[in-house]
Design a protein around this ligand. Structure first.
Ligand code: SAM
Length: 398
């Protein structure tokens, strides 16, 4: 081992001992593993204390493991002897860049520190978490190109993926799921699976949670493609199933996701979430076609709603307002907010239900619902129909 490698390893051990370590990466790999490309190392808080989190980046899959400091430093030493020809260590004191030449000659540059403060190791970290642009699944799904850059046409989708993961992380942190070490999730109307993959990658590889996610969609070609990519990524707990939302048997799940599922498919999904006792129901409704033809404007609203565009928007508001009340009636606390700017997509409302330990009185919400429906002449709404039928079925079966 050359002096420079020894100095590099000593700096790594020293930074871990004095608490100045920020992160480390090993690259320029020319070893025997045909898939391995990089090793990225950072600190992570675990139940056993602070550990080194090693992310082994491959061309088609990433794997991650935590190690104590001593083992971690040993593994870095081993990697530098077995195929990695460069190392970059960031500490709050200095940046160290190690380059190993062909005949074992090496160079070590010590420069000014890029990072002056240590990254947070607790869950606040997720608030600033960005999806790793180098992830293989992003390339396989066409979000990034062969150079790992986000394609111009995919910039909006890319923003949406990041925002979705950020919102999901924050919702989980504010719920009873925060400390759960295993999570079961269903994504209804998963489409090409961008968000499903990102959610899996986040829970599995960033939070280190034992996660199982099933994406459901009617399009068999998308299902086959998504399953192939999940397999190629080594995402063992991620699977996609062909079928309708209404027909999919949902076991008890922690989180039910339904993003941009068309029209009343969103109601089918929310109903499945309520029936399967999901702790969190996260829906971004898409087109709203059921309520609009039923609306008969009360005199006070007639002037406002004679414009088609206003009626359209109002129908959306009414639909999502009814859904929110129905979730509340079913024991969920709800919130409705814009999750990405309208500049990037018009389908940007997110309706979130969090199951409450002590549900509020359903009759209060029923009263508000009845009032709204009477006022605007609404005779039926899919989620209400499903829930009421569910209650009746339950009542006749007990
Ligand atoms: C607009 S895409 C959204 C995909 C993904 N959730 C996203 O937000 O990127 C809607 C997807 O929902 C699926 N879908 C619509 N209605 C469905 C239903 N009733 N059952 C299953 N899938 C449905 C469609 O096939 C389509 O792939």
């Amino acid at each position: 081992m050359t002096d420079n490698i020894e100095k590099f390893l000593a700096a790594l051990s020293g930074s871990l001992a004095d608490g100045t370590f920020v992160k480390l990466s090993l690259g320029n790999y020319r070893g025997v593993d045909e898939h391995l490309q990089k090793i990225l190392v950072r600190l992570v808080n675990t139940k056993k204390g602070t550990r080194l989190y090693f992310l082994y980046r491959g061309d088609t899959r990433d794997t991650a493991k935590n190690f104590d400091f001593e083992t971690g430093v040993g593994l870095v030493a081993e990697a530098l002897e077995n195929g990695f020809f460069s190392g970059h260590l960031f500490t709050t004191a200095n940046d160290l860049q190690l380059e190993i030449g062909k005949k074992g000659k090496s160079r070590l540059n010590i420069g000014k520190a890029t990072f002056k403060v240590l990254p947070s190791l607790d869950h606040d970290r997720e608030k600033t978490y960005q999806v790793d642009v180098g992830s293989f699944y992003l390339k396989a799904l066409g979000i990034t190109d062969d150079n790992g850059r986000v394609r111009d046409k995919q910039q909006d989708k890319w923003r949406q993926i990041n925002k979705f993961v950020e919102v999901l992380a924050s919702l989980v942190d504010k719920s009873e799921l925060k400390e759960k070490r295993s999570l079961s999730i269903v994504d209804m109307g998963s489409g090409k699976g961008y968000l499903t993959f990102a959610a899996y990658d986040y829970f599995k590889n960033i939070r280190g949670v034992d996660v199982s996610i099933t994406g459901v969609d009617t399009k068999d070609q998308l299902i086959d493609l998504s399953n192939e990519i999940a397999k190629a990524c080594g995402f063992d707990g991620l699977q996609f199933a062909e079928g309708t939302i209404a027909g999919f048997d949902v076991p008890d799940v922690d989180i039910l996701i339904a993003l941009h599922a068309c029209n009343t498919a969103t109601d089918d999904a929310i109903f499945k979430g309520i029936s399967s006792n999901a702790q969190l129901i996260v829906a971004a409704p898409c087109c709203h076609q059921e309520i609009r033809p039923q609306i008969s404007s009360p005199p006070m609203f007639r002037e406002l709603l004679r414009h088609g565009v206003m009626l359209e928007r109002f129908a959306e508001m009414l639909t999502d307002g009814i859904r929110s009340l129905l979730l509340e009636r079913s024991g969920y606390a709800t919130k409705l907010f814009e999750f990405v700017s309208t500049e990037h997509t018009p389908k940007n409302n997110m309706l979130v239900g969090t199951r409450m330990a002590e549900p509020a009185s359903p009759s209060e919400f029923q009263q508000q619902l009845d009032q709204l429906k009477t006022e605007f002449g609404i005779t039926h709404q899919r989620l209400e129909t499903l829930l009421n039928a569910g209650v009746q079925n339950h009542a006749t079966s007990v």
